[in-house]
Design a protein around this ligand. Structure first.
Ligand SMILES: Nc1ncnc2c1ncn2[C@@H]1O[C@H](COP(=O)(O)OP(=O)(O)OP(=O)(O)O)[C@@H](O)[C@H]1O
Ligand SMILES: [Mg+2]
Length: 241
């Protein structure tokens, strides 16, 4: 899996003279809040990062932080020294799929798991510099609890075996074997890990513990049903042979 780079903004003072030369430093981040169009954005973003890391999916790391309005999500800014990394545009999708076939298949299956219908544009990749491999997704506010306006309806859609992601930047570009490999990889994940990613043990902004539990159960079920959910749509996902 390609490493995701996060460029240092500033190195400040050294904090100790130990073997690691521990120093204070700052990194850039994109701060995201709950809003009218994305009422569970902070919860979604945090759960997506936890799930992505559990399943080894290339998504930007992020952390929870607190502002005057309570919890917010800081998505660590993907940046590489000396390399411009604009959001990926559609004319590059085929090239990216060819250069990063495993990562692309894994991210696509991940998006189907979480019902993310907004991957287009929310991607960074290094294409012109072959020795620097970067492929990474970010922005998971239009998935999980925000598929429908009502979070319970979003959970019901995740639970009822529908594809949800009708369009995706990498549909038609996945290698058959890479898609199968990604599905095999997801099948190895125990559902208890997926459930743990959804739970915080207390109300999280507008997301009650009951809602967290409902999502946990729906996602665990969806994880096991992924091959069956994808099978009827496989032809539109893989490269034509
Ligand atoms: N981790 C990141 N690294 C680099 N750039 C980022 C990262 N997160 C967001 N950005 C940049 O900030 C822009 C806006 O962020 P993001 O895509 O998360 O929200 P949005 O699309 O504006 O809103 P919404 O979350 O409602 O879809 C992105 O298009 C991208 O250019
Ligand atoms: Mg976006």
């Amino acid at each position: 899996m390609a490493l995701t780079p996060y460029k240092i903004h500033k190195i400040r003072r050294q904090l100790s003279h130990g073997t690691t030369a521990a120093s204070a430093c700052t990194l850039n981040a994109v701060l995201k809040f709950d809003g009218i169009e994305s009422p569970h954005c902070v919860y979604n973003e945090e759960v997506a990062v936890r799930l992505g890391q559990t399943l080894h999916i290339p998504v930007a790391a992020g952390v929870l932080t607190t502002t005057g309005d309570g919890l917010a999500f800081a998505s660590l800014h993907i940046e590489a020294p000396g390399l411009a990394l604009p959001n990926l545009i559609p004319s590059r999708y085929a090239k990216v799929a060819k250069q990063y076939p495993r990562e692309v298949a894994a991210l696509t299956v991940f998006d189907i798991l979480i019902g993310n219908f907004d991957r287009s544009g929310n991607l960074k990749a290094s294409l012109a510099t072959p020795h620097i491999a970067i492929f990474c997704g970010f922005d998971h506010s239009h998935a999980l609890l925000n598929i429908e306006e009502d979070p319970l309806e979003s959970i019901a859609r995740l639970a009822n075996n529908e594809l949800i992601v009708e369009y995706h930047p990498f549909y038609g570009l996945l290698g058959k074997d890479h898609l199968s490999e990604a599905l095999d990889h997801f099948a190895l994940c125990d559902e208890s890990y997926v459930k743990a990613c959804c739970r915080f043990g207390k109300t999280f902004r507008a997301v009650s513990t009951d809602l967290q539990e409902n999502l946990a159960k729906a996602l665990a079920k969806r994880l096991k049903k992924l091959p069956a959910i994808i099978a009827p749509h496989r032809a539109k996902m893989v490269l034509p042979s």
